[in-house]
Design a protein around this ligand. Structure first.
Ligand SMILES: Nc1nc2c(c(=O)[nH]1)N[C@H]1C(S)=C(S)[C@@H](COP(=O)(O)OP(=O)(O)OC[C@H]3O[C@@H](n4cnc5c(=O)[nH]c(N)nc54)[C@H](O)[C@@H]3O)O[C@H]1N2
Ligand SMILES: Nc1nc2c(c(=O)[nH]1)N[C@H]1C(S)=C(S)[C@@H](COP(=O)(O)OP(=O)(O)OC[C@H]3O[C@@H](n4cnc5c(=O)[nH]c(N)nc54)[C@H](O)[C@@H]3O)O[C@H]1N2
Ligand SMILES: [Mo]
Length: 780
């Protein structure tokens, strides 16, 4: 029998709710303005990020009207080198739509559909219908296709590796052992990259309840011991008694290999589990014991690389094998050179310990990297907007954006395949911000000036909008109706329109409908439905899928009238890969062997020296690295921001309150500061071969010496946009990060492998202008 989905019995209807990636809020408006946002009562630990919207949605950073870069209006694509350097002309919707439609038609006819890059990576806003990328992809699919992207900035290295060795990450992510099981059974929780409460504020599509803090509290009360393996102490600030294992960033693989070495050397590993549930033990063991390279991956070997004591590594291995142990790895550990190996070494260690599939023990791919890993909820993927099928099969690894634009026709290797970059003529972005997410922004700017035309839909004047040719102003989710729903969230919410569309903004759907109409496929794009029609259609279409997941949805009208529904909780807490543990033959993994692959023949056959078929420590350029370390002695970590989602609402009050002299805060160890004459609260220049930024200093001994940390998301703000490699006044770390694939296997972003130097900035402070709109001029 399917348990009833409850429409909660409140005596009032829930018509004031708004869903965002960082929480659900109650909205108050007055005279057409947003005046207040309050968290919902059932949220155990609401996120303050919601407050950012007040003052921001109709504030000065908002894009008011369609706008076209002056040079583009005058000289079209020949003016592409002026991108980012010129004023804009505000134009009518009619003019902007006609201009974009003509250009899309020209490029399609002259170069074919692969010349459109519409991967358009990004988080956009919560809401199942007005999801900008889905809208964009439907539009381009109907236009005949586009070059897309595959995998994510979050996780590409893991997304590519894990199917070879344990299974598809999307599937595994939903199977995490529930917190309730951890609270009851886990004795030792070893958290690589910690369990930052700040990251668990967020969940793609919605986060109705923030329960990480609650569960950490329960576990601590029940006596769970926590170890925070991270260069930053407050990565596990949610428990008071966590042990801090401060290691060098990027060295986790060495630690993991050494832990495995000890387990085998001291016969502490779970031989039965290894023989029944894994393949490749012998070659992995041979590697660990240095049978070919003569290097034992022992604690003494790892001590030098990690900065930890060898004895401590030995003791930790023994503890992990005797206690009920959960090993968790944060996603950031694979956003690095050879990031694949940290995940592989983690899986291998957990397999040797042999607790995968037990209550409270085993393996987690990032409890706390987002809100809902391990949430005690039923999973249901929710209503879906049909984007259709892309007739063009080309998809680049998402983080190879600049490579593609700079090397049309160039070749590269990716997950065992030889691939070629297409020749892109139009870049079309809706719902993402490459000037936030991509590495080496100076290189991106050069790449961004290659295509004939750049079209962007945005709500706010981000750098990406300022570097576009045609800019369409998009509504925020407060200005439209939608359905809020996210797998694991346990809720579905009727998102009502709380504000009129601001200025001349339109929904992404309306923009694509107008373009499709102009290009002759309006009817097939809309199927004759308005937004409300689609929302009903999508809800009703999801009812059979909900049923299959054990969720009975009420009729649409009942849902919409009440405003919110809550799915019944699962009967039993979930345990990661329990069925596989119980019977690996009856419930095999989706790997070639059906088992965990400590050695993968598939990967070995790719012939990549950096990724030879088992977890591997690769440092071919050790000498070069040492030389570089002398020049750039500080390891820069660019972590997720506590006060915003990526670049979203950096212009809001919550984020701006934390800036130092208007710059993004940077964490620095007092000893590193003293060596450079840097003081608390001052502004410094952070620089390397790729560029320079200004940042505001916060001194703390909660960060390892030699490591500095800045959050991602400060809006890129060049001092002089006319000049190449201009100083960024505001503190965007991607001016400094290297644009290089994690390895040929995953081609993921390797932002965390970044080295810099810091000096005091003693010149007069240039004003931060990131949040100001560009200059406008009258039509020529
Ligand atoms: N150095 C470094 N770089 C990183 C990372 C790192 O750790 N270090 N992390 C990476 C990761 S994990 C990620 S996921 C990426 C995130 O990168 P993105 O997801 O690209 O970043 P966001 O700031 O969320 O960009 C979303 C944009 O969409 C706009 N938007 C919101 N709603 C709508 C809408 O309805 N319609 C339209 N048209 N636009 C909308 C917002 O205003 C915003 O500008 O960054 C990556 N970059
Ligand atoms: N508030 C907020 N929450 C977010 C986001 C946001 O923008 N804002 N973004 C969301 C998104 S899209 C994603 S993908 C997730 C990302 O989730 P993660 O990738 O887990 O987040 P990060 O903050 O990049 O990294 C977590 C911690 O890892 C530590 N760390 C970095 N390098 C190393 C290393 O080499 N070794 C070890 N042991 N530790 C290291 C850092 O100190 C950092 O605090 O976060 C999500 N949550
Ligand atoms: Mo991400």
């Amino acid at each position: 029998m399917i348990p009833k989905t409850t429409i909660p019995k409140n005596n009032h209807s829930e018509h004031d709710l708004a869903v965002m990636h960082w929480g659900t809020y109650r909205v108050t408006t007055s005279e057409g303005e947003l005046t207040k946002i309050d968290p919902v009562e059932w949220d155990k630990n609401p996120s303050e990020i919601g407050q950012s919207l007040v003052g921001a949605v109709s504030g000065p950073s908002r894009i008011k009207r369609p706008a076209v870069r002056l040079g583009y209006l005058q000289h079209g694509r020949d003016s592409r080198h002026g991108r980012g350097k010129e004023p804009f002309v505000e134009v009518s919707w009619e003019t902007a739509i006609a201009l974009a439609a003509d250009e899309l038609a020209r490029v399609k006819k002259t170069y074919g559909n692969e010349a459109f890059y519409a991967g358009s990576y990004g988080w956009s806003s919560a809401g199942r219908f007005h999801h900008a990328q889905s809208q964009l992809h439907r539009f381009f699919n109907q236009l005949g296709g586009y070059t897309g992207s595959t995998n994510t900035y979050s996780l590409a290295a893991a997304e590519r590796l894990l199917p070879h060795i344990i299974g598809d990450l999307d599937v595994l992510q939903k199977q995490h052992t529930h917190w309730s099981s951890l609270a009851e059974h886990c004795e030792l929780f070893v958290a690589f990259g910690g369990l930052p409460l700040r990251n668990a504020q967020v969940n793609g599509g919605g986060a109705n309840d923030h329960s990480l803090k609650h569960w950490l509290g329960q576990m601590q009360q029940n006596g769970t011991q926590f170890i925070n393996v991270s260069p930053v102490k407050n990565d596990l600030s949610g428990v008071t008694n966590a042990e801090w294992l401060s290691l060098k960033p990027g060295s986790d693989t060495a630690l993991l290999l050494a832990l495995s070495y000890v387990l085998i050397e001291e016969s502490l590993y779970h031989a039965d589990f290894v023989s029944t549930h894994t393949v490749g033990f012998a070659p992995y063991k041979a590697y660990l014991f240095g049978e070919k390279d003569g290097i034992a991956k022992s604690p003494d070997w790892a001590a030098k690389l990690t900065g930890l004591e060898a004895d401590y590594i030995r003791t930790l291995a023994r503890q992990m094998s005797t206690k009920r142990t959960m090993i968790n790895i944060a996603w950031s550990l694979q956003r690095a050179r050879q990031g694949e190996q940290t995940f592989w070494a983690t899986v291998a260690l957990a397999a040797l310990i042999g607790q995968i599939g037990t209550p409270g023990g085993g393996l987690g791919f990032a409890y706390a990297s987002t809100n809902l890993a391990g949430a005690n909820r039923r999973t249901f993927s929710g209503p879906r907007f049909p984007a259709g099928k892309n007739p063009v099969s080309d998809r680049i690894p998402v983080a190879r954006l600049s490579d593609m634009l700079l090397n049309p026709g160039g070749s590269y290797q990716f997950d065992g395949k030889d691939c070629t970059y297409p020749d892109i003529r139009v870049v079309y972005w809706a719902g993402g911000n490459a000037f936030h997410h991509h590495q080496d922004l100076n290189r991106l700017i050069e790449a961004w000036r290659q295509p004939d035309t750049v079209i962007v839909h945005e709500q706010y004047w981000t750098a990406q909008a300022k570097f576009a040719d045609i800019v369409f102003p998009a509504t925020t989710s407060l200005e439209r109706e939608d359905i809020g729903s996210s797998s694991n969230d346990g809720f579905m919410i009727a998102m009502r329109q709380h504000l009129a569309a601001q200025f001349e903004a339109r929904d992404d759907y309306a923009i694509f409908s107008a373009l499709a109409e102009q290009m002759g496929f309006g009817e097939s794009f809309t199927e004759g439905r308005d937004a409300a029609g689609w929302i009903r259609h999508m809800y009703e279409g999801s009812m059979p899928r909900a049923q299959a997941d054990g969720i009975e949805l009420p009729a649409f009208d009942d849902f919409w009238a009440q405003g919110k529904l809550e799915y019944a909780l699962p009967d039993e807490p979930q345990i990661f890969l329990k069925a596989f543990r119980d019977n690996p033959l009856a419930a095999p993994l989706a790997t070639p062997s059906g088992k965990i692959e400590l050695f993968s023949q598939t990967v070995a056959d790719f012939g990549y020296e950096e990724c030879p078929g088992h977890p591997f420590w690769y440092q071919p350029d050790a000498d070069e690295q040492q030389e570089m370390a002398a020049r750039w002695p500080l390891h820069l970590l660019s972590s997720q921001p506590r006060t915003r989602l990526h670049s979203q609402y950096d212009h809001g009050s919550v984020s701006r309150r934390t800036k130092i002299h208007d710059r993004e805060p940077l964490w620095l160890h007092p000893a590193d500061a003293a060596a450079r004459g840097v003081t608390e609260g001052s502004v410094v220049k952070v620089f390397n071969d790729r560029g320079a930024i200004l940042a505001g200093v916060h001194l703390s001994s909660d960060i390892r010496r030699g490591v500095v940390q800045i959050s991602t998301g400060a809006w890129y703000d060049p001092l002089d946009v006319q000049q190449p490699n201009s100083l960024d006044k505001h503190g965007n770390p991607n001016v400094l990060t290297e644009d290089r694939g994690s390895s040929r296997l995953g081609q993921g972003c390797s932002a965390q492998s970044c080295w810099v130097q810091i000096t005091p900035f003693n010149e007069p402070l240039p004003e931060v202008t990131a949040f100001e709109p560009p200059a406008f001029v009258a039509a020529p």
